[in-house]
Ligand binder design. Structure first.
Ligand code: ADP
Ligand code: MG
Length: 323
């Protein structure tokens, strides 16, 4: 049986080069660069809430880091270091001997892509809970904030929205996808791609940005509130996959698109004059970037349907403490 220290040594200790000191002491050491600001975010995944108790550990390790990378992307930051606070039930690692192997393999698979160093954490026994903190860097004063949107800005989104929520709707038996559709949507749900490179390239183009983790309406709503502006978006302009499109205008598909969550795409605003450069960036990076609406003076978020009627949604998005 593994002790806490065996687990840390065997699964979570890797050599570091960017950090001065990694796993093994009371704390890690990093040197902050003079021209840069440190960018710090943390996200927790709770069993039975953010994932199913029997979820594939490799995908879980991957996703726990991916959701944090998405926050770095939204700020325009370059992710450098991570810490991992892992709470695992003793029974889980006794009955599934490969769990830690798989979990750490998924985590490092993604960490290696971005050369992110795991520099510390905590390992405890208890109900499964995964908390990853990420530390990145951004050029001083360049981070994209939620508060930077200006009237007349175009509103853009990256990628296609709603597929992850569509997978969840299938799992909850609110819609029936065929097996190819489910495979595609499940990969959006379980192994999301954070738009880190895109975020880096947007720092000189966008006025504001957010990553879509709680659904477009909720997250664009944060930009609108923090920037003290209004926004209008058009339902038929929101980029979605051919799979989701097939189920429109069923209310469940509209909900997935507007309020689904777990997209991990970027929503950002930029002045109209930047639209050519942003379209070129889309071509060069092979990431769909779509203009979905406009920032206006005033307050609130309005969604126009294809027939120009305004839509009001029952749920705005995911709120852990909402009703
Ligand atoms: P302390 O008792 O001082 O909290 P720990 O025994 O919890 O120290 O941790 C020992 C070392 O292992 C520390 O450097 C800590 O950051 C690291 N560590 C513990 N758990 C993890 C983990 N899951 N992933 C990465 N590093 C970890
Ligand atoms: Mg500890």
């Amino acid at each position: 049986m593994h002790s806490e220290f065996d687990i840390i040594r065997q699964y979570f200790t890797r050599p570091v080069t960017k950090a001065t000191l990694g796993v093994g002491d009371d704390a890690a050491l990093i040197t902050a660069s003079i021209e840069k600001e440190l960018v710090i975010a943390v996200d927790t995944l709770v069993s039975g809430h953010h994932f199913f108790a029997d979820a594939d550990p490799r995908k879980l390790g991957y996703k726990a880091l991916a959701v944090n990378l998405s926050d770095m992307a939204a700020m325009g930051a370059n992710p450098c270091w991570a810490t991992l606070s892992l709470t695992v039930p003793k029974k889980l690692i006794q009955t599934n001997k490969a769990w830690l192997d798989e979990f750490s393999a998924g985590f490092f698979e993604l960490a290696n892509i971005y050369q992110i160093e795991l520099i510390g954490g905590d390992t405890t026994r208890g109900p499964l809970n995964i908390c990853v903190q990420i530390i990145g860097e951004v050029e001083k004063g360049k981070a994209m904030l939620r508060s930077g949107a200006k009237p007349d800005d175009d509103i853009w989104v990256s990628g296609y929205l709603g597929d992850a929520a569509l997978a969840l709707a299938h799992i909850n038996e609110n819609i029936i996808l065929d097996s190819d559709e489910l495979m595609h949507c499940e990969s959006a749900l379980n192994t999301p791609i954070a738009r880190v490179e895109l975020g880096r390239q947007l720092i000189n183009l966008a006025h504001s940005a957010i990553d879509i983790s709680d659904g477009l309406i909720a997250d664009l709503g944060h930009i609108v509130e923090c920037s003290n502006v209004a926004a209008t978006i058009n339902l038929n302009e929101i980029a979605c996959s051919s799979i989701l499109k097939k189920y429109l205008p069923q209310p469940i598909a509209v909900r997935c698109l507007l309020a689904g969550g777990d997209d991990y795409e970027l929503c950002f605003t930029a002045s109209e004059g930047k639209h050519k450069e942003i379209e070129e960036l889309s071509l060069k990076s092979a990431i769909p970037l779509t203009r979905i609406g406009k920032i206006k003076p005033g307050k609130g978020l309005t969604i126009f349907n294809t027939d120009s009627t305004a839509i009001t949604l029952e749920t705005k998005g995911y709120d852990h403490f909402g009703t």
